[in-house]
Design a protein around this ligand. Structure first.
Ligand SMILES: Cc1cc2nc3c(=O)[nH]c(=O)nc-3n(C[C@H](O)[C@H](O)[C@H](O)COP(=O)(O)OP(=O)(O)OC[C@H]3O[C@@H](n4cnc5c(N)ncnc54)[C@H](O)[C@@H]3O)c2cc1C
Length: 311
């Protein structure tokens, strides 16, 4: 219930205006977001890489209805890849980038899918030049078909383009069966968006069981699974499945969000696993932050205090 309310708030302009002006919100933001500028994201990436972790950088922002803004986001990513490359962080794919299709135009009233495809192609070309990869984030369930079409189209030229499956969706086992092919980089997560019961599982145990099912399919397939979760039970199942299917540490990776379970990130990396941290940066942090609060009701106390002390 609280999760649904918070996810609805993530789409509300009124709540957005209230929260971004609240002084204590900054403290909560700093826990999950690297900073406002690309240089902040690169600095965090360098620190994480020095401690043995891999990184995927995300420029915050989504759902643009402005074609110029979509092009500016693609420019931001190509510039970011240049900065990462200059610091040799892209070598061997140590730092890659994650892109939201609606940030680069998928939701535009006209030619949205074509625009997003062209911008992501441009980002893929810059990533290839820098020696690294791109992963296309998954957003609301209404965008899944278009997002998977974009990935399929671009994989002709960029077979290492990653995509995301959300275990909360009822369709995801079928999508995993399609995607568990040679070289296919697939990030498996639970899903951070509201979706109606006809397309999504409604309870946590169902979402978790679906995750375990999808995980087994990806591990048994010939692609490259990226296990994006902080859930201790699913992390354990991933380790066991990797062992059962004969996958070594280089054949899959764990992924977690910046600021969440950092000790576990280090523990897994220390045990020889590949661990990639998803690091968001930028000024447009509101929707991302509220999705993180929705996952962890204990954090809502900070949220309430930040509103109460608003100047
Ligand atoms: C690398 C990465 C990329 C992602 N990309 C996408 C994407 O493209 N599309 C999408 O829909 N979703 C994405 N997600 C978000 C994902 O769908 C989940 O919403 C999120 O990971 C929380 O689910 P969980 O698997 O960690 O399990 P949960 O059951 O939510 O959490 C398990 C445990 O992790 C800890 N935890 C989880 N969240 C928090 C938090 N916010 N603060 C503190 N502790 C916490 C707690 O100990 C909790 O008990 C991504 C997640 C990761 C890690």
């Amino acid at each position: 219930m609280l999760r649904r309310m918070l996810l609805a708030a993530s789409e509300s302009d009124r709540v957005r205006r209230l929260l971004v002006s609240a002084p204590l919100a900054r403290g909560v933001v700093a826990r999950y977001v690297a900073g406002e500028q690309a240089a902040d994201g690169v600095a965090v990436a360098a620190r994480l890489a020095a401690s043995g972790l891999l990184v995927s950088l995300d420029h915050l922002g989504e759902d643009t209805s402005d074609a110029h803004q979509a092009a500016a986001v693609a420019d931001e990513y190509t510039a970011l890849l240049g900065l990462l490359s200059a610091q040799r962080l892209t070598q061997g794919g140590r730092a890659e980038v994650s892109v939201k299709p609606t940030a680069v135009g998928l939701g535009l009233a006209e030619h949205g899918e074509k625009t997003a495809t062209e911008h992501i192609a441009r980002i893929c070309a810059a990533a290839r030049e820098a020696g690294t990869t791109v992963t296309v984030d998954m957003e609301e369930h209404t965008h899944v078909d278009a997002t998977l079409r974009i990935v399929r189209t671009l994989r002709d030229d960029h077979p290492d383009l990653g995509c995301v499956i959300q275990s909360q969706l009822r369709r995801s086992a079928d999508d995993c069966a399609d995607l568990a092919t040679a070289g296919s980089r697939v990030r498996l997560c639970k899903g951070a968006y509201n979706a109606p019961p006809d397309v999504a599982f409604a309870t946590r145990p169902e979402v978790d069981r679906s995750y375990a099912r999808c995980l087994r399919m990806l591990m048994r397939g010939s692609g490259y699974p990226m296990i994006a979760t902080h859930d201790p039970r699913l992390i354990e199942i991933a380790g066991a499945q990797a062992h059962l299917t004969g996958r070594g540490p280089g054949d899959f990776e764990y992924q977690m969000l910046y600021g969440i379970r950092p000790a576990e990130q280090q523990r897994l990396a220390g045990a020889g696993a590949q661990v990639r941290v998803y690091v968001p940066y930028g000024g447009d942090w509101y929707a991302y932050l509220v999705r993180r609060l929705a996952e962890r009701p204990a954090n809502v106390a900070f949220f309430a205090r930040s509103l109460a002390t608003r100047s």
